[in-house]
Design a protein around this ligand. Structure first.
Ligand code: HSE
Length: 407
């Protein structure tokens, strides 16, 4: 029997308990032994819930119990999760987590601590909810040099954008729904402003490129500026708008960025709707692969945590995570990153097509009946710096959205 402790009985913690109870027999069969929850750490009590008999309020009870071999850290946030995780690893206990904030900030260090103590720090649930992506990057794809990872990595924003596009719903109403369904962060700013996707792409990039990608270095724009008018243009152009988190290698440079992007109907990311996530990976030998599935929510996330617990139970005494070194990867300056841009401008005598093309190059204007005072167009490919320069010169740009390059 393997004894485990769960830190946090919130959305994911209660999901881990539910997954372990629901699939108890099949999990025991796959593990080769029974997984038993010995403790659940939470500040609160849960009278009437069968979990109450396992609730403890003092982490030291878990730390000092040699029978606890695996700790599931599903409390979220950096502290006290960091201190608990570090202590657990140093005490010879493996830690499985969904805590993307902690993995993004201290992943390299905690992996090293795990290695030194011959245990594991596993974080499949930190990116893409229930989608297996960490394990493939850590094992199946290690024969490749990864050139690009582009993902829809935040379920809440994808849910919001999908509903705005499909139903013409207002941003605030859909955000409320996402919160009620347990997709959103406690502070949904992290979703809406792109910080959550930024942490996830930093984790995936660190694994893919083997060096520490600091999430603070990743250029990040959220979806709060996307309006229903932008959505109307996207629909008219047979496109969708997605919050994409992307990192790509170009020669010696690595670019990383999170921003809303116009995605064409032919693109495999176009049909990824609702709370689903998808991660597109390009490897120099593999070519393209896409990982798709439930990206947020209690049970998909808990399923990934339990997968790690089972993996650890089967691999005890063996450090399985590939290197994610502590050396910092200096990302290339985003100003030199190239893209095409969808631009909306006010229709005035001065902004005629001639002036537009003189500044932005050859364009095909998109005019919507319902927005008579303006028009839109897609530019040729140019660097961010070039675009800013031309935008400045043009004067009256209403908004701009990057356009995903069709390969
Ligand atoms: N708030 C996150 C999301 C939860 O919406 O994707 C899963 O990490």
């Amino acid at each position: 029997m393997v004894q485990i402790a769960i830190l946090g009985y919130g959305t994911v913690g209660s999901g881990v308990v539910e997954v372990l109870n629901t699939n108890k027999n099949s999990i025991a069969k796959k593990t080769g032994e029974e997984i038993q929850i010995k403790y659940v750490l939470d500040l609160r009590d849960f009278p009437g819930d069968p979990i109450q008999e396992k609730i403890v309020h003092d982490f030291n009870m878990i730390l000092n119990d040699p029978e606890v071999a695996i700790v599931a850290e599903v409390m979220g946030g950096v502290e006290p999760a960091y201190t608990f995780t570090k202590k657990a690893l140093m005490a010879g206990k493996s830690v499985c987590t969904s805590n993307k904030e902690l993995v993004a900030r201290h992943g390299a260090e905690l992996l090293q601590t795990a290695k030194e103590n011959n245990v594991n720090y596993l974080f499949e649930a930190s990116c893409g909810g229930g989608i297996p992506i960490i394990r493939p990057l850590n094992s199946s794809l290690t024969g490749d040099q990864i050139d690009e990872i582009t993902g829809i990595l935040n379920g809440t924003t994808n849910y919001i954008l999908s509903k705005m596009i499909q139903e013409g719903s207002e941003f605030d109403d859909v955000l409320k729904e996402a919160q009620e369904k347990g997709y959103a962060e406690r502070n949904p700013e992290a979703d809406v402003k792109g910080y959550d996707a930024c942490r996830k792409i930093a984790i995936l990039s660190s694994l893919a490129f083997g060096k520490q990608v600091n999430f603070e270095d990743v250029y990040t724009e959220g979806i709060s500026k996307i309006s229903l008018a932008d959505i109307q243009y996207a629909k008219a152009m047979n496109c969708s708008i997605k919050l994409l988190a992307s990192s790509r290698r170009e020669g010696e440079d690595v670019y990383a960025m999170v921003c809303p992007v116009l995605v064409d109907k032919e693109d495999p990311l176009f049909s990824v709707n609702g709370v689903f996530n998808a991660i597109f990976v390009h490897g120099n030998m593999l070519g393209d692969a896409m990982f798709y599935g439930s990206g947020a929510g209690k049970l998909p996330t808990a399923s990934a945590v339990v997968g790690d617990i089972v993996d650890e139970a089967k691999n005890r005494g063996r450090n399985v995570m590939a290197s994610w070194g502590e050396e910092r990867l200096a990302l290339a300056d985003v100003k030199t990153s190239k893209s095409m841009f969808f631009v909306r401008v006010c229709k005035t005598a001065e902004t005629d097509l001639e002036k537009t093309e003189a500044i932005f190059g050859r364009v095909k204007p998109v005019v919507l009946e319902e927005l008579p005072g303006e028009f839109g167009f897609v530019t040729e490919e140019m660097t961010e710096a070039e675009f800013e320069e031309r935008k400045e010169k043009f004067g009256s740009v209403i908004s701009r959205i990057r356009v995903r390059r069709a390969e």
